[in-house]
Design a protein around this ligand. Structure first.
Ligand SMILES: [Zn+2]
Length: 188
């Protein structure tokens, strides 16, 4: 009886040990799985951060490029404008002396209309050059309105020149039509 009891007890404790071991290994597996999940999450998060940083860097580069291009464009525009202003300044004496030919005068006037700085420059140079002359002559003067008249004169000259060109073109077309008509008339 005791022996049976003893062997039952042994059986029991073996059973217990086995279930304890099972429990422990289940717990271990759970822990391993948990750690794996945590590690996985960490990796995903890391990858997301790297990707995010990459995108931010990419956007920054694009924006930087855009700004550089804009800057170059503005600089080249400015240098073109500056060259035009220089040319305008160079032509001022010719304008005052009425010595500009038509295309030059046309360009000169066009820039005068568009550029405030050169407007001012022309006024100053006109006042200085003509003013000195008049002072020597001792005659009365209103140079600003004189300059306005000169510019108006230039504008009219440009307009009439354009009208003349237009008229010339119209005449040419009319003559061509007439020639064609004569030709057709002869043939018939
Ligand atoms: Zn200018």
């Amino acid at each position: 009886m005791l022996a049976v009891l003893g062997s039952m007890k042994g059986e029991n404790s073996r059973e217990e040990r086995r279930s304890k071991e099972e429990k422990r290994s289940r717990e271990e597996r759970r822990l391993i799985e948990e750690r794996r999940l945590i590690e996985e999450k960490r990796l995903i998060e890391e990858r997301r951060l790297i990707e995010e940083r990459r995108l931010i860097e990419e956007r920054r580069l694009i924006e930087e490029n855009r700004l550089m291009e804009e800057k170059y464009f503005m600089e080249s525009l400015l240098s073109v404008e500056k060259a035009k202003c220089k040319e305008f300044e160079r032509l001022i004496p010719g304008f005052i002396a009425r010595k500009l030919d038509f295309p030059t005068l046309s360009g000169f006037y066009e820039h005068w209309e568009a550029c405030d700085e050169c407007k001012e420059e022309l006024s100053i140079q006109y006042l200085v050059r003509e003013g000195m002359q008049r002072l020597e002559e001792g005659s009365a003067f209103d140079l600003q309105s004189e300059l306005d008249q000169r510019l108006e004169e230039a504008r009219r000259k440009i307009n009439s020149h354009s009208a003349f060109l237009y008229l010339g073109m119209t005449m040419e077309i009319m003559v061509s039509c007439l020639l064609v008509w004569v030709f057709v008339w002869i043939l018939l």
